[in-house]
Design a protein around this ligand. Structure first.
Ligand SMILES: *[C@@H]1O[C@H](CO)[C@@H](O)[C@H](O)[C@H]1NC(C)=O
Ligand SMILES: *[C@@H]1O[C@H](CO)[C@@H](O)[C@H](O)[C@H]1NC(C)=O
Length: 209
């Protein structure tokens, strides 16, 4: 409680300071920039305070809190995770590397919300019948599906109507060791890792400040 009072007092004081600065009409562009910087810093502090208050209020609520975090422009936010659906197509290993190059990884879809959000976004961007790589493969041990962080698969969205994954050998004896999410059936298929598809990269949302 004391901290909140202190913070409020601080804001009032800083607010007065800004008011004072802004009353002395900024003259040069440099002064203008300096003034805007102070304002920005104040707003960030205020945001942080509101965010803390919101989070602690949310602890006492049954409705889930929206995290005070955000994704880079163009990324889709689902819970506290960010997803990017690419346009360019590559095989599985190149796609995985391209995500890593962005400080991300191929998507690890562990909740229904994440699965549904990305297949819906796929349909929105690319229409029906689009496959996107997700970070799931069984290239190490056939049938032992692992995410790119080596975690085991627990929540599954395979296309059960088509008996996926089927390790179909029609494309060669290697079978199908990598997984895609299909925007039409809204489910997963196993496909040959050397095929080229767009990808879904994922990284954690960062605090706004
Ligand atoms: C949340 O609930 C606890 C216990 O009922 C209470 O002590 C606390 O003040 C509440 N926090 C907020 C932010 O309302
Ligand atoms: C994936 O593509 C890269 C670049 O085109 C190529 O060097 C690599 O051999 C391919 N890997 C597989 C498994 O097809």
């Amino acid at each position: 409680m004391m901290n909140r009072v202190k913070a409020t007092v601080l804001f009032v004081l800083l607010g007065l300071l800004v008011l004072e600065i802004s009353c002395q009409k900024p003259k040069t562009p440099e002064e203008e920039v300096a003034f805007l910087k102070v304002r920005l810093a104040l707003m960030k502090d205020r945001y942080r305070l509101l965010c803390n208050q919101y989070s602690s209020l949310a602890n006492n609520c049954s409705a889930p809190a929206i995290p005070c975090k955000e994704c880079p422009d163009g990324w889709l936010q689902v819970e506290d995770q960010c997803f990017l659906l690419s346009k360019d197509r590559h095989n599985f290993s190149t796609s995985a590397q391209k995500c890593v190059d962005m400080g991300a990884h191929l998507a690890i879809l562990t909740t229904r919300e994440q699965h549904e959000a990305v297949e819906k976004e796929g349909r929105r961007i690319a229409g029906f019948h689009i496959y996107y790589w997700i970070g799931l493969s069984d290239s190490e041990i056939e049938g032992d599906w692992r995410w790119v962080d080596n975690s085991k698969l627990t929540t599954l969205f395979w296309n059960v109507h088509k008996s996926e994954p089927d390790n179909h050998q029609s494309q060669g004896p290697e079978g199908e060791d990598c997984a895609v999410v299909d925007s039409y059936t809204q489910s997963w298929y196993d496909v040959p890792c050397e095929f080229e598809y767009p990808r879904i990269c994922q990284k954690g949302a960062s605090p706004l400040l």
